[in-house]
Design a protein around this ligand. Sequence first.
Ligand code: OAD
Length: 254
Amino acid sequence: MEFAEDLLSALREAERVVVFTGAGVSAESGIPTFRDALTGLWEQYKAEELATEEAFLREPDLVWGWYEWRRLRVMRANPNPAHRAIVALARRIPKMTLVTQNVDDLHERAGSADVIHVHGSLFHPRCHACGQPFALGDEPPVEAEGARWLAPPRCRQCGGPVRPGVVWFGELLPEDQWDRATEATENCSLFLCVGTSSLVYPAAQLPHTAAYRQATVVQVNPHPTALDKVVRHNVVGLAGEAMPQLLAAAWPED
Ligand code: OAD
């Protein structure tokens, strides 16, 4: 893969970088992207119809069962070379901030610290009624393998139903995470989007903010996206291949 020399020098010289990831960064770990058709037990559903508060209130067991099925898949998956390249990049950049829209924990398991999860996490559910965090066990939820309906656990404080710790459509982003993501974006010189369709706002605003602030915006994605006209450099390829190659090209002595 060939990279423009000014992309490589921008990366080498950057003091502050934001890496902004989406479902595509976990695709090569076997986690389907949000817009892929659901398969198996879930093929008759649309993700957009399950990821709402209305759906949870109407059919809590169905929505909880779907998120537990996703959590099971994530627990059985492993980080891929793209996750690991982002860890390596953090060692090179004086201040790198990792902002993800993903609700999996593959960045953390690859070794990234302090990951900003703007859409929450499958691993941090809380009570729907009182907001109390609910501690999940360490064991994978194998019961989600063959069952579509699973009753959500009850809150140990108030007895309310426990909901997934993710941001559903129509909900606000977690304020602390969003503030940190915005602050890092406004102050970076290079903004690297990896594996995101950049369609879902407000998260998709971040690359536009970076471009407006004159940061070099770079995209890694095998397909066209809403950002194609915004980015300075468009690296067309799979994250698990392009990211390690980009690092090797920028720091060939490693
Ligand atoms: P999407 O499913 O919208 O987009 C995934 C992107 O990954 C697409 O642009 C694909 O072309 C790209 N892609 C697929 N395989 C790839 C690979 N191997 N390497 C690199 N890129 C690849 O996922 P997101 O952009 O993450 O929101 O979606 C953003 C948000 O929309 C999600 O967080 C979720 C969803 O609705 C909420 O749940 C609130």
